[in-house]
Design a protein around this ligand. Structure first.
Ligand code: ADP
Ligand code: MG
Length: 175
């Protein structure tokens, strides 16, 4: 399947799995919370989920008190990172994503762990995003971070087609 076909295919599967988003998300966040790379990390980049993604809302609220927690902000074609310390600091930005308004974070070498959302992943850690390449441009700058793809089980496919600019995950957290 091409990337475009795969995005359509997963979209159809998502429609069939609407009912279990909440319960599956809770279980996936429990796995993240017990992941050794996550637990060892001091500075983590998470994402604030959209409705069709593994729900991270409670997780970021809880963990922002325990670790230096960052969230992405869309600025043009790039993701910049801001500190997230309080749920009141969120503001809806591009693509309807809730984004932090806290201090800008630019010391990318300090990031130990990044949770990466995606449309699909394969067993080799190859990732398909929404097609704008945001994470493909961001992740090469996070030289020390363990990169964990986060997804529902039906988002794991046999093979994600890869291009030279696609960044491979170090692990996948799913059920
Ligand atoms: P996604 O990763 O969101 O699924 P794609 O991998 O399909 O998106 O990439 C979307 C576009 O972004 C492609 O045209 C790709 O060439 C471009 N792109 C990805 N990474 C980079 C990069 N590091 N520099 C410039 N363009 C990039
Ligand atoms: Mg890509």
């Amino acid at each position: 399947m091409t990337k475009t076909e795969l995005r359509k295919h997963i979209k159809q599967l998502k429609a069939l799995h609407q009912d279990t988003i909440a319960t599956d998300s809770e279980r996936i966040m429990q796995l993240l919370a017990s992941d050794t790379h996550f637990l060892a990390a001091k500075t983590v980049l998470l994402y604030h989920s959209l409705n069709d993604e593994v729900d991270t809302h409670q997780f970021v609220e809880e963990w922002c008190k325990k670790k230096q927690l960052l969230l992405p902000v869309v600025v043009g074609d790039e993701l910049v990172l801001r500190h997230f310390q309080n749920v009141d600091e969120l503001k809806i930005g591009s693509f309807g994503i809730a984004e932090p308004t806290g201090p800008l974070f630019t010391d990318y070498d300090q990031i130990d762990f990044v949770a990466v959302p995606g449309i699909a992943f394969d067993k080799n850690g190859h990732r398909l995003g929404r097609g704008k390449g945001f994470y493909d441009r961001l992740l090469p700058q996070l030289t020390n971070a363990y990169k964990a793809g986060i997804c529902f089980p039906y988002q794991i496919v046999d093979e994600v087609p890869v291009e030279p600019t696609d960044i491979t995950m170090d692990g996948i957290i799913t059920l």
